[in-house]
Write a protein that binds this ligand. Structure first.
Ligand SMILES: O=C(O)CCC(=O)C(=O)O
Ligand SMILES: [Fe+2]
Length: 296
């Protein structure tokens, strides 16, 4: 390949950027890239394609990544999403970009400075209880415990492809109700309360760029299947959720400081394992804006 001015052009095979799958169904590690620098169009295209295919990208050893560097990376995939949490919950400092959120157990004056500070979290997609769930979520590790606090991912595309016929018939034109809750111990009380934040979504959603179908349900926030009797609906949801969480469709990320992850928030679910609350865990988070979900 020659460039227009006649000099040698770098073909993808010569590019130092490599994409290596982490499991047969999802996750890829990207190496040979320094995200504190601007990237050329070819690298951006490679990242986008890898994201659509592998659904979770892991980029290690990005120490010193500034908020602006992280924003530049996020914008390869689309415009930033607004914060999903109220502005008065924002204690990240006046100079932080408005869209930033910290997943953090750090405290100042006895109050957590960020969100989702402690404990285990069941599998979920972010903002599924809104009309426009984030297209993607990006986390950057600033401090992590030596042990625990792993983030697990599962492919909703692999789950869709593995649906048995009776469930596929329900899913293909089904809709489910998603309810805001990060506390699995009081989910039913939240679902029935008056000021609940909720949204009905298709159960089979299309990955926007490719049309690839994904089984859009999760354990933490999907409460019922529209139009099914509660007991029958619960039984179907339980079967679907067990399928989503099959270990062969999962990738478990053990964090190191300097790791940057971005995940497809329509085609994957994520969960977190427990960790010692005395250990410092501090991650910087941005989302990519989403659109209303299209049925597959
Ligand atoms: O803390 C984690 O590992 C995941 C947090 C999470 O669910 C999120 O950032 O959406
Ligand atoms: Fe999340």
């Amino acid at each position: 390949m020659r460039s227009l001015d006649g000099g040698p052009a770098m073909s993808l095979s010569e590019s130092p950027v490599k994409v290596t799958p982490l499991t047969p169904t999802l996750g890829a590690e990207v190496t040979g890239i320094d995200l504190t620098r601007a990237q050329d169009a070819e690298t951006v295209a490679l990242l986008r394609t890898a994201f659509q295919k592998h659904l979770v990208l892991v980029i290690r050893d990005q120490s010193g990544l500034s908020p602006d560097d992280q924003v530049r990376f996020c914008e390869f995939f689309g415009p930033l999403g607004a914060r999903s949490r109220p502005a008065d919950d924002r204690r990240e400092g006046a100079d932080a970009p408005a869209e930033v959120m910290f997943v953090s157990n750090r405290k100042e004056d006895g109050r957590f400075i960020g969100s989702l500070p402690e404990g285990e979290m069941q599998f979920h997609m972010d903002q599924c209880y809104t009309e426009r769930p984030a297209r993607a979520t990006c986390l950057y590790a600033i401090a992590v415990p030596d042990e625990g606090g792993d983030t697990l991912f599962a492919s909703l595309c692999a789950a869709y492809d593995a649906l048995p016929g009776d469930l596929k018939r329900i899913v293909d034109d089904g809709r489910a109700r998603h309810v805001f809750s990060y506390d699995s111990t009081n989910a039913d009380a939240v679902a029935n309360s008056a000021d609940v934040r909720e949204c009905v979504q298709p159960m089979a959603v299309a990955q926007p760029e490719t049309g690839r179908p994904a089984l859009y349900v999760n354990r933490l926030m999907t409460r019922e299947i529209v139009g099914m009797a509660p007991d029958a609906g619960r039984g179907v949801l339980d079967r679907l959720i067990d399928l989503v969480e099959r270990p062969e469709f999962c990738y478990r990320h053990k964090w190191r400081v300097g790791d940057l992850l971005i995940w497809d928030n329509l085609c994957t679910v994520h969960a977190r394992t427990d960790f010692d609350p005395a250990a410092d865990r501090h991650l910087r988070r941005f989302t990519i804006a989403g659109a209303p979900l299209k049925p597959a």
